[in-house]
Write a protein that binds this ligand. Structure first.
Ligand SMILES: C[S@@+](CC[C@H](N)C(=O)[O-])C[C@H]1O[C@@H](n2cnc3c(N)ncnc32)[C@H](O)[C@@H]1O
Length: 306
């Protein structure tokens, strides 16, 4: 497995794949002739580290997309982020919790991407959660001194790096449902899907249903190019029944991962993550390459490096 320095993007999302980036990128040992496509962008950490020449980052959550489009059209720069966070961070320190909720109300009225950054980096556990009216409703992370100098510099550097990539490469950010994104892909494209995990209670922009999982399965099964899907395999309590139902006809790689999201005990236990691929696996821990199997009884499961 190659060793790379992992870049963490400025907007954090639950289910961020920071710890899996290397293993995912390890599988891309071929030239991407078309576009790299992430129908469930979230933080975009995989694409930001792979740095493809052409990419589409899509997500149903328009606030994530607005933030990156604001960097793209230079409404947001690392300098502006520094000035904004220094000013707002000072107010948070002076007024405490009350100020967090002021910014939250302001964001829910005007949807300013800088306010979204402020909330994302000072809310409880970095959880992005919206109520049924589409209002951001994650409570305060209870750290009035959140925006200390070093933390601001960290975020500013994350924004600078994101900006460098966005201005160097041909990347598109678009708010849309995954069905549209996948339908528009062509056989030279490579799709990386990281949908909300089915059967687990995560606080995503919207919920993920069996119908969504089925639609995703159908679209990816018919897709002529290469795809990689992140999903969960099992934890101490249960298995992901959709592995057997849908995904078993593809190659699957598994890996233990500690999952932090959610107040519920079940969501904080170690779980086995799965990568589902419709192409030949790259070497895993020096093992030989394995062909994609179509017969369920022959499915190969490989543990990949920790
Ligand atoms: C698990 S997160 C992606 C995490 C990302 N790969 C990362 O490493 O940060 C799932 C994302 O899917 C988005 N999403 C949920 N339902 C969607 C849908 N129907 N179409 C497109 N995006 C959706 C959520 O807003 C969320 O950002």
């Amino acid at each position: 497995m190659m060793r790379i320095k992992i870049y963490v993007p400025p907007i954090k999302t639950q289910g961020i794949k920071t710890k899996l980036v290397e293993s995912i990128i390890d599988q891309i040992n071929f030239e991407i002739k078309g576009k790299w496509i992430e129908p469930f962008m979230g933080s975009g950490v995989v694409g930001f580290n792979l740095r493809p020449k052409r990419a589409i980052f899509a997500d149903k959550n328009p606030h994530i997309i607005n933030f990156y489009n604001a960097i793209k059209n230079r409404e947001i720069t690392s300098q502006k982020v520094r000035i904004f966070l220094e000013r707002e961070g000072k107010k948070l320190l002076e007024k405490g919790e009350k100020y967090y909720y002021e910014v939250r109300n302001r964001f829910n009225k005007y949807h300013d991407p800088l306010d979204f950054l402020f909330l994302n980096r000072s809310c409880f556990n970095g959880v992005i959660r919206f109520n049924s009216k589409g209002e951001f409703n994650t409570p305060f992370g209870r750290k009035p001194d959140r925006f200390r100098k070093a933390y601001i510099t960290k975020i500013v550097n994350q924004v600078r790096y994101a900006g460098e990539c966005i201005h160097k490469y041909d990347w598109i950010f678009i708010a849309q449902d995954f069905r549209k994104t996948i339908k528009e892909a062509n056989e030279n494209d490579v799709i990386y899907c990281d949908p909300p995990y089915i059967g687990r209670h995560t606080n995503y922009f919207d919920i993920w249903t069996e119908k969504d999982e089925y639609d995703l399965y159908k679209l990816l099964s018919n897709f002529k190019g290469k795809f990689i899907l992140s999903t969960w395999y099992k934890n101490k309590y249960r298995e992901n029944k959709f592995i057997k139902r849908f995904w078993n006809k593809f190659s699957i790689i598994t890996r233990n991962h500690f999952y932090h999201v959610g107040g519920r005990e079940i969501n904080r236990n170690p779980m086995i993550e799965a990568l589902v691929l419709n192409f030949e696996l790259n070497n895993i821990k020096g093992q030989q390459k394995h062909r994609r199997k179509t017969d369920e009884s022959q499915i190969s499961l490989f543990e990949f490096g920790s």
